[in-house]
Design a protein around this ligand. Sequence first.
Ligand code: OFO
Length: 177
Amino acid sequence: MLSSKASSSLNKQIELEAYSSQYYLSMASWAETQGLNEVSTFLYEQADEERMHMLKLIKFVNERGGHGIVPALKQPPVTFKSVKSVFEEVLNHEIKVTEEINGLVEITLKEKDYTTHNFLQWYVSEQIEEEALARQIVDKLKLIGSDKSGLYFFDRDLESMAAKTKSDIDKVNGSGR
Ligand code: OFO
């Protein structure tokens, strides 16, 4: 059975994952309007992944005798300065999510809630993967600078880059998803 502290902290995380999904969805929609097809496909996928993270938490909270609360939708930003600024925002957001997950892990240790602690390890690994991917993309965009043809190739390569990074990280972790 979840303590009320663990339950409310997990519900806060549900809200953050839901917001992450909305945020990336908004980025995807913006990128699509800019003709950046692969960037938008990539971001639509990220939005779906974040929704899956939210669902996984809701189900866990409910299984442990709590109540996973579906949060109200918050309006994310609608327009973005550039592709680079989009991915900088993704990276900063992922860093924030990692901090929140670490905070949750700390709570479970204080409360000696080893079941939730164990459950959260999946999120710890996921954050390593997502931060690394966002950082790699931002680094690539820094190299491209304002070169328009570079941006064209970046858009084309984004899909394979995401797949490769994921498989590299899976190899390092010795697991798939
Ligand atoms: Fe939910 O994984 Fe990143 O934010």
